[in-house]
Structures are given as C-alpha cells and as structure tokens.
Ligand binder design. Structure first.
Ligand SMILES: Nc1ncnc2c1ncn2[C@@H]1O[C@H](COP(=O)(O)OP(=O)(O)OP(=O)(O)O)[C@@H](O)[C@H]1O
Length: 980
C-alpha cells in the first residue's frame, strides 16, 4: 500500500501540470524574463570585458552593470578597442585614450564625440571584419539597443574562446543563445533538486539540454525528445501546443516556467504522499517518534519514489538515507513478518482447530473401537460360553491330552511329541509308521512342563457342575507309566503343589458347597472302588459309601484307599497300577428356600495302564492282570466305538469298567478323559494308539447333560404315584405273598423311574433314603435293583442265559422304569431259587436278578420303544435282549482275551476291537431275538471272586471287598503303603 502511494509517474505529472497550467503559461511575463536574460548577458559581457582590459582600463565598467552603466562604460570605445586588441592584437591601431584623471568628465561622457566615434568606428570596423555581429554607434547613446552591444561583446568573447581553443575550424557565432550556461543558470535557480534528477537522467537531461542548445531546438525537436524519452503521446502534444506559438528565444523561459510548475506539483504530491505514508505507518502501528524521523521516513519514501521512477538512485543522499532506507525496509520486513506471523497464527489456529476436531473424531473413533473391542471380548466370552453350552448339549466327551516329561534317570533323547498349540500336538513318526508328522487335536493339550494346577484349572468348571446336579466323570487313560496316577492323585511325595485332580476336585467341592451353604445344604459322600482283574471291590474298609464333611476326611479315606490299591512293578513302571481305581463322590443338595433337591455324582477314575503284554514282560499273575486290563480297556473301546457310531446298542456290560462308567459314557453326564502319552521314541506305538483312541473318543456324543433336579411339588406327586404303584403291586401279589425283604421308599422308586444315575440309586439304597429326603416311607417293597457299583460288588457269576424262546411272555407294561423294576421284582419273587440268597443279604442276587430281569424285559418292552428308554432301561434291554451276536461272541469267547491282549501290540488295537464285527448287526436290539446265541454265556468277569454284600450297618454297608480288608498278596498284586 505504501509503495503504491510513493510511486510518481513523471510523465503523467508533467502532463497534469501542462493540463492545469498550460493555458496560463502563455501569460507568463516574458518581458521580465527577457530583461533578466538581458541583464545576465550584459553582466557576462561586462565581466568578460573587464577581464580582458584589466581593472584600470575597465574601471568605468562595473562588474554587473545596469544597462545604462553598461552603455556609458563602453561609450568611449576605449574598453571595446582594448578588448578587441587583446583578442586580435592590432585590430585597432590607434585607440583614442581617455584624458588624464584630472580631466574627468563627471557624467563619464567621452571627451569628445569625435574621439568616441573614432574608437567606436574602428572597433566596429574591426569586429565587423572578423564576422562578429556589430551594433550601431547610436546604441551606445541613451535609448539605444544595448542588447546589440551585449551580443557583439559576447560574440567577440566567443571568438576569443574559439581562438584560445586553438582556432580549429571556422569560428561561427551561434547567435544570441548561450546554451549550457544559460540552461544551467536558470535551471539551478529554480530547483537544484529537480536539476539533479535531470542531470542523472541522461535520457531526459542530455537530450533536453541539447535541444535547448541546439540551433535546431525547435518545438518539434523538443517534442521529439520528449516523445523519445517515453513520455506519453498526450504529453508530447501538450508540449508541442505550448511551445508552438512561442518565439525561439522564449522557449527556454517557457520550459523553465513549465518545469517549475511541474516541480511545484511534484513537491505537492510528495508532501501528500508523505502524509499518506505517515498515516499508513501509524495505521500499521509503527510509531514515528519525532518529526525528524517522520522527515526521514518521508525522504526515504520520496527517495524510493524517485528511485522507482528513475530520477534518483539513492547514492547522492548518502549513507544516512541508505541507512534510513534500510531501517524502513527492515521495519517493513518486520511488518511483513508480523503480517506473516499473524496469518501464520491464524493458520496455526485453524490447523489446531482442525487438529482438535480430528483428535475428537479420532477419540470418538477410538471409543467406538474400544467399545467394539470390549464388545468383541464379550462376544468372545459369550462364544466360549455358547461353545461350552453346545458341547454340553452335544454331550461330547472332552478330551485333554497330557504329555509326560522325560523322567530323571531316563536315557535322554528327543521327544517324539511336539506341542503345536494348546489344542494341537504332532507325533514324529519314523518310516515304519509313514515317515513324517501326525497331528492330533484335542480340547486341550498339556505339554511336559504343565503343572498340576494348570491341568486342573480346565477341570474346575466340572466340579461346579457336580454341585449343580450334574453327573461328572473324569478318567485318566494311557499307557503304563505315562502319568495317569500322577494326574489324578499326584506323585509319590505329595505336596500342596503336586496334589492331583482328585484332591483338588474335592477341595473345590467343599469350598463351593461352603460358599453356597446359606442357600443350599449339601451332603457329600465318597466311595472308592477298584476293579482288579475284572472284579470290583471297595478300597475303603468298613464302609463303601462314607459321608464326608471336609477335604481332610476325604484325604484320609483316599489314603486308605490308595494303600489298598493293587499296584505292582512292571518293566515300564516300577509302581504300576494294576487295577482301575474309581473315586466316586455323591452330592445331594437341598435348596433351603424352595426345598428342591439336586443330586450329582462324580467319578474320578484312574485306569490301569494300557500296555503291550510283551513290553511289560508280564508272566504269570502279571500277565493275567495285563490281559484283564487290556480286555476291559478294549471293552471301553467297544463302548466308545458304539457310541461314536450312534449304535442303538452299546456293549457296556462287556466289562466291569464299562459298567462302572456307563452312566458317564452314555448318559447325560459331563465326561472328561485325560489321555496320557510318553515322550520316548520307544513308546511311539502306544502313543499313537492312545492318541487315535482319544481322537475317536472326542467324537462321541453323549447327549445333552442334564441336571438331576426336581421341584418339591413334582417330587411329592411322583412319590404319591410311586406309593400307589407300590401298594398296587403288593395287592396284586396278594397279602400272602412273600415277605418283602426290604422296604423301599418312594424315592428309590422315583429315582429309578426318573432315570437318575445308578449311582444315585446306589447311594439311596445304601444310605438312609428317608433321611436323605427328610421323610419316611412306610412302604416296604423288594429292593430295587439297579446296575450300579453296588451291583459290581454284589454281582455273582453270570449264569447261563436261557434262550429267548424259553422266556415267559409277560404282560407289556407301559414303559415306566418303576414298572420295569416291579415286573422284574415280581419275576424275582415268584419262586426264583436264588431269591433266598438275595434276601439273605438284603437283596436279590444280582446274577439272578439280571437273568430274570433281562428275560422278562425282553418280553416286556416292544422293540420300537427302545430308543425312548432311559439308559437304565437300555441297560436292562442290553442285558436281556441286547445280547447280540457281538456281545454273545465277546462273552462266549473267553479265549479272545489272549487274542485281544495280543492285539495290543498293534497300534490301533482298540480300533480293531471297536470296529463292529462283521456279524454284528448295528441295531442289536432289532436283530437280537433271532440271533441271540442259545449257548450259555460265559462271562469272564463273573468267574472272578465277587465279594458278598454285607448288611447295612448304621446306614452303611459293611466292608465287602477282600481287597478292602487286606493288602495284595505277596506276589506284588497288592502292596500296603502310603500314597503313591
Ligand atoms: N507330568 C509329570 N511330571 C513329572 N513326573 C511325572 C509326570 N507324569 C508322570 N510322572 C512320573 O512318571 C512315573 C509314572 O507315572 P504314573 O505312575 O503316574 O504313571 P501311570 O500312567 O499311572 O502308570 P501305570 O498305568 O503303570 O500305573 C511316576 O514316577 C510319576 O511321578
């Protein structure tokens, strides 16, 4: 803005001046200008003459004479003649001198007109001859034209100058103009400043001066010059107009006048601009502290303006102005910087705002992401829950795999098992098994470094389930020495850290029951059962079902049980478990507010080690043990296979083990199998066999787990029904019937009729049911026989089955378990020879019971209703009708034992056993009637010694199993001792 104000266009300025003053310029008083010029010329001429003739001769002529003085001084002609003689010696041979000082004429007049005339004439003649313009003698008189005298003198002077300059060329007087001196003189007089600018502007000054001094200094020339300097066309026209009617000799004065006006205008504009600049500076906030500074700023502005217009390059103003210019420039720079700063600040603020906005948006976005992430976590958790629920609903057996570490003292070698992630492992297989890696996936894989706590942590939820009324089964499977006992119980020396699943589970159980005591009252009882050589027994003497109230009590019992467990030394494990050990925990909870009852049970099973007979180097008793162990494990494989194939018939009954686990393998239980593998290369076959078996197990669907819970109302109604049915049954038998051996509570009837687990039945039958349920039942009926652990203990050797054709057809009963039981009991009570034995021990001989019951059921249950039956019923049917060729063959071929044992040498021996045999019909139920072998079934299990049931003492049965009372025989089958 300031710069714009400072810019001055000279051309437009002159143009403006001419437009404003052009007309008036013609009115300028040329006379005065002329007089002035004449005076100047006169003085010049006088000065030159005095110089030429000297002070003495020229005493009559003042230095700056008036016209009169000039004329009088030269009137005698003496000065002129002397001057001429100086220029041209001898030009006037005789100069009439003035009289002596005594004869001085007061008015300066010549002594005589003649004498004067003589001198003047000689002079004029001489100069005339020299080509110098002359004057009239009368011009020296008053009224004469002194200007002609001046012209003559100046011409002579010019001649003299030419001559003194060497007289080169031809001297030629150029007239009245006195180019440089005149121009200089009058310009300097008006404006030195402007002249300076002109002198610096060569394009204007030189040409302008030249034009003034030139003989062709016509208006057109001047106009041409002006035009050539780039002045606008309108200016050119104006100048031409202005000068066109002027005499040549007037032009300098006109121009001077015009320029003086231009200067005035110029200075006026500069003043205005200075004001504007000051105002601008004030507006810009730059204080001008004093007048001096203002002037300097104005000068700088002016200088800049001139400089920009080409008049002035700043040098002549000196360093001060330069300094001021620098200061001003710096101030301007500062201001510019301030402006930049300001705009930058605004920009920064803008950016900050945008940044803030973006931050806010980002924050919102992040919040969204955080909530999405937490939502995602929730969804993940939910998914996990749902997954478990789905698993529960599907009822899959969960399979966890644990890899034992190399043991101290073992030859160190590289492990054949590699944990890939928490669900996957690979086994390195040498060429024999197809070189490479076989990978297996389970619900969890625990590497060799996993400790007891980690292993248990994934088991914990199941403990809670027991208290919620579910049946739970946790069993450990694996090759001898692979770590089953370590997982379930712990190492030989137990510490808080090393205790196994059993102890931890019970500890949790009591902890949770304690936490819930305000709402639910729990009763817990435990039982330790051992299956040794397909014979079962209790490990805890004096009682097979012991109420417990704390972990310590359980630990004491378990210690006793563990001491009584059959262990022996094999080539693979110097402390090998030679039996299947099952710790069963029964829980009954009563909701204190609603009165509803929950029942749950948990089997904690430590299976005997699977092993190849040849590997264990077993002979004698140890070989027999191995055969039994493998047989029962093979039976387990068969059961698993049947379940995996969803066969309607599942051969639980083929071994005590599968009978024991029946409610957990096929019922509505939550089942977890820990499989154990060893890392040694020489265990590869067993390892792969175990893994394949486990893989297969993991596909088994058990059906949705269901809590054993019932409300008080429903329960009361069911009790009534059960009572009525029991009464009806008694009535049907007649009052004269056989004395009932034992009273049965409606609960017992209900328990079976509702399909609760055999364990529950067992518990109820062994305990004081009226106490458990908090009510007494006056009804006395025959003991309900369920297939439970007690049955294992009580079961005598299996008698030969009659052919189905020999079975008595009995009436079909509607399918209720109670009915079934009743019918069974009826059969049992209607004159069976074994009855006395049963009664004697407070119940029917299981052997007889099974036989009778099965036969009866084969007639009672229509084939099409089988699938709707509970497991108990199915078991009943399996037992009676379900003796398919498969089972029959299994039972009919005791020699298979050897074959099965030898099968163990094959990697997939379980699968060989589990694959349905060719003559097995999947649906054994439908096919069994016509195919049941008439051959009496030989059951290896039943050949074993089965302990006799004992009477109930104080609500508990007396110790039954011989192994419960005495340690293993000296052959190492049983060893007393503490915990392993
Ligand atoms: N995870 C483990 N960490 C440390 N030692 C272990 C582990 N698993 C097993 N062992 C040790 O290996 C040996 C054999 O283990 P264990 O007796 O538990 O095997 P097992 O499968 O029960 O054998 P068997 O079937 O012959 O009874 C024991 O000395 C045991 O302490």
């Amino acid at each position: 803005m300031a710069e714009g104000l400072l810019q001055v266009d000279v051309a437009s300025l002159v143009e403006d001046v001419l437009q404003q003053h052009g007309k008036r310029l013609s009115d300028i008083d040329l006379a005065s200008r002329k007089a002035e010029e004449a005076s100047s010329r006169r003085c010049e001429a006088a000065g030159w003459l005095r110089k030429m003739v000297g002070v003495v001769v020229g005493k009559d002529l003042p230095d700056q004479p008036s016209e009169e003085e000039f004329r009088l001084g030269l009137r005698s002609g003496i000065i002129l003649c002397n001057a001429l003689n100086k220029v041209q010696p001898g030009a006037v041979t005789k100069v009439v001198e003035a009289p002596s000082d005594a004869v001085i004429v007061p008015d300066g007049a010549a002594l005589s007109a003649y004498q004067y005339f003589e001198n003047i004439r000689n002079f004029l003649d001489s100069v005339g001859g020299m080509g110098i313009p002359v004057f009239e003698a009368s011009d020296l008189e008053q009224g004469g034209k002194s200007c002609r005298i001046v012209n003559c003198v100046l011409a002579l002077k010019s001649y003299n100058d030419w001559k003194e300059g060497g007289g080169r060329g031809v001297w030629k007087f150029s007239g009245t103009s006195k180019p440089p001196s005149i121009a200089k003189q009058f310009v300097r007089k008006n404006s030195e400043l402007f002249m300076n600018s002109l002198s610096r502007n060569s394009s204007i000054n030189e040409k302008f001066s030249d034009s003034l001094s030139s003989e062709q200094n016509s208006c057109s020339d001047l106009g041409q010059h002006i035009s050539e300097t780039g002045i606008s066309h309108s200016l050119h026209i104006l100048v031409r107009e202005l000068l066109s009617d002027k005499k040549q000799e007037d032009i300098p004065m006109v121009v001077e006048n015009m320029l003086s006006k231009v200067m005035e205008e110029f200075e006026l504009r500069l003043a205005r601009q200075n004001d504007q600049v000051r105002q601008t500076l004030r507006d810009m906030g730059i204080p001008s502290s004093n007048k001096h500074e203002e002037i300097e700023i104005a000068n700088i502005v002016q200088e800049k303006s001139w400089s920009e217009n080409g008049f002035y390059d700043g040098k002549s103003k000196g360093d001060a102005l330069n300094h001021q210019g620098l200061v001003e420039h710096q101030q301007k720079s500062i201001q510019a910087l301030k402006n930049t700063l300001h705009s930058t600040k605004e920009d920064v603020q803008m950016i900050c705002m945008k940044y803030q906005e973006e931050i806010n948006n980002l924050g919102k976005h992040l919040n969204g992401l955080v909530s999405a992430a937490s939502g995602y976590q929730k969804v993940l958790e939910e998914n996990r829950k749902l997954y478990n629920q789905v698993q529960d609903l599907k009822g899959n057996i969960r399979v966890y795999c644990r890899i034992r570490p190399f043991l101290p003292g073992q030859p160190s070698g590289s492990s054949i098992v590699e944990v890939i992630d928490e669900k996957t492992l690979t086994v390195l297989t040498p060429s024999k098994h197809g070189k490479g890696k076989k990978s297996f996936t389970f619900n969890r894989v625990f590497g060799p470094s996993a400790n007891q706590e980690e292993v248990f942590s994934d088991t914990q939820p199941l403990i809670r389930s027991v208290l919620d009324g579910y049946n739970v089964c946790i069993f450990a499977y694996g090759q001898t020495g692979s770590g089953k006992t370590h997982t379930m119980t712990g190492p030989r020396e137990l510490t808080k850290e090393s205790i196994g699943v059993n102890y931890r589970a019970l500890s949790d159980l009591f902890l949770i029951s304690e936490q819930r005591k305000d709402s639910i009252s729990y009763d817990v009882s435990v039982q330790m059962i051992e299956i040794y050589n397909e014979q079962s027994g209790v490990n805890v003497p004096s009682a097979n079902l012991v109420p417990v109230t704390s972990t310590t009590e359980v630990l004491n019992l378990m210690n006793i049980g563990m001491k009584n467990r059959v262990v022996g030394s094999t080539a693979m494990n110097d402390r090998s478990s030679r039996s299947h050990s099952c710790l069963t925990v029964h829980v009954q909870g009563r909701d204190l507010s609603s009165g509803s009852v929950l029942r749950g049970c948990m089997h904690l099973v430590d299976l005997a080690g699977s092993e190849r007979a040849d590997k264990t180097e077993a002979v004698g008793e140890r070989l027999k043990e191995a055969q039994h162990i493998n047989r029962s494990l093979s039976a387990l494989g068969d059961v698993i296979s049947s379940l995996a194939q969803k066969n309607s018939h599942v051969p639980y009954r083929n071994s005590k083990l599968t009978q024991l686990l029946q409610d957990s393998l096929g019922g509505q239980a939550k089942t977890l199998m820990f499989i154990h593998i060893s890392p040694e290369p020489n265990a590869l076959g067993e390892t792969i066999s175990t893994l394949k078996f486990a893989e297969r197990v993991s596909t088994v669907e058990l059906g949705a787990a269901r809590a054993n819970k019932e409300s008080v109302d429903v329960r009361e109604l069911k009790e009534q029904i059960a009572s009525l049915k029991a009464a009806l049954m008694r009535k049907e038998r007649g009052e004269s019937g056989i004395q009932q051996s034992r009273s049965i509570s409606p609960d017992e009837v209900l328990a079976t009729s509702l399909g609760s687990s055999p364990s529950h039945s067992s518990w109820q039958s062994l305990g004081d049911t009226s106490k458990v349920e908090g009510r007494s039942n006056p009804l006395t009926i025959s003991r309900v026989q369920s297939f439970d652990n007690q049955d294992f203990m009580d079961s005598p050797p299996w008698p030969a089955l009659s052919s189905p054709g020999s079975m008595d057809e009995e009436k079909c009963i509607s399918g209720d378990w109670v009915d079934k039981v009743i019918v069974k009991k009826q059969g049992g009570l209607s004159g069976d020879s074994n009855l006395g034995k049963w009664d004697e021990d407070g119940g029917q001989s299981p052997e007889m019971f099974y036989q009778k019951y099965n036969l009866e059921n084969s007639k009672v249950y229509p084939v099409q209703s089988l699938n709707q039956l509970s497991d108990h019923r199915r078991f009943g049917l399996d037992h009676g009708l379900g003796r398919t060729q498969c089972e029959a063959r299994a039972n009919d071929e005791p020699d298979d034992l050897e074959a099965e044992t030898s099968d163990c040498s094959e990697i997939d021996y379980q699968w060989q056993l589990s694959v349905p045999r060719s003559n097995c019909i999947p649906n054994g139920v439908t096919s069994k009637v016509g195919r049941v072998s008439p051959k009496p079934i030989k059951s290896p299990e039943t050949r074993s010694l089965i302990p006799q049931p004992r009477r109930v003492v104080n609500g508990m049965r007396s110790p039954l199993h011989k192994y419960g009372r005495q340690p293993a025989s000296t052959d190492g089958k049983r060893k007393p001792g503490g915990l392993k």
